[in-house]
Design a protein around this ligand. Structure first.
Ligand SMILES: Nc1ncnc2c1ncn2[C@@H]1O[C@H](COP(=O)(O)OP(=O)(O)OP(=O)(O)O)[C@@H](O)[C@H]1O
Length: 222
């Protein structure tokens, strides 16, 4: 994936007349970092779910390298092109290492155990904790696993739902810097939705969302 384009994307849940997203237009390019800022309940997670191919927009379309996402194989798109972390970090009830191995399986990558262990160590986990069930890890250690999940991903599009929550026990700025560096180095596109502007200095572009509408897109000089 090199480019993802949103064309008049709107979302209105079934049995509702109120649009949660209203005519969003914009594009995301690989190698760039995007911050979508908005207060609570402004549609950030909904937009992320649509970008991740988990929810279909009810109007408009999303083009992935020129191809309409709704006409492509969504399972392949989710498995191979996207790494998405929502606020609960999406971990399963097993060890940190097993979680990363599962990620490899789901994204159809070969199991690179040494690399997975290395990423968990870089994220801050000890060798013992790497093999411990995530239920026995502290919240801080589980958040280290979230970071490792991103660092092992081969996906071109990384989606993060509010790092101030996702990495609440860690140094948010340092973590976003690490992820942003990783994305730039590997020519990935990073899209972060957030209520806080603690780490916006790492963004190439800021998007302002309010009441489901995109108020502005602002480029940041680097
Ligand atoms: N499928 C749905 N059916 C009904 N309402 C929904 C649905 N999906 C989202 N909403 C509503 O849309 C609004 C925006 O939700 P969303 O989670 O996208 O906002 P957000 O900006 O991510 O919020 P927060 O910052 O609190 O996580 C909320 O009021 C939510 O309850």
């Amino acid at each position: 994936m090199k480019q993802l384009v949103l064309e008049n994307v709107s979302y209105c849940p079934k049995n509702s007349t109120e649009k949660i997203l209203d005519q969003i237009n914009g594009e995301f390019l690989t190698g760039k970092i995007y911050f979508i800022l908005g207060k609570k309940q402004t549609g950030k997670t909904t937009l992320l779910s649509i970008l991740a191919g988990l929810v279909r927009c009810t109007e408009g379309k999303i083009l992935v390298d020129g191809e309409d996402l709704s006409l492509t194989n969504q399972d392949d798109f989710r498995a191979e092109k996207i790494c998405c972390l929502f606020q609960n970090g999406n971990l399963v009830n097993d060890s940190a290492l097993a979680n990363l191995e599962l990620e490899m399986l789901l994204s159809k990558q070969p199991n690179r155990t040494d690399e997975l262990i290395n990423s968990l160590q870089i994220a801050g986990l000890t060798d013992k904790k790497i093999k411990t069930n995530i239920k026995k890890l502290t919240k801080k250690e589980r958040q280290m696993v979230y970071l490792a999940k991103i660092l092992v991903s081969r996906a071109k599009l990384i989606l993060l739902d509010d790092p101030s929550q996702l990495f609440s026990e860690l140094d948010e700025e340092m973590i976003v810097r690490k992820i942003a560096d990783f994305c730039r180095r590997n020519d990935k596109c990073l899209v972060i939705v957030s209520q806080s502007n603690n780490a916006i200095k790492f963004a190439d572009e800021l998007w302002g969302l309010n009441g489901g509408k995109l108020l502005f897109i602002k480029e940041q000089p680097r």
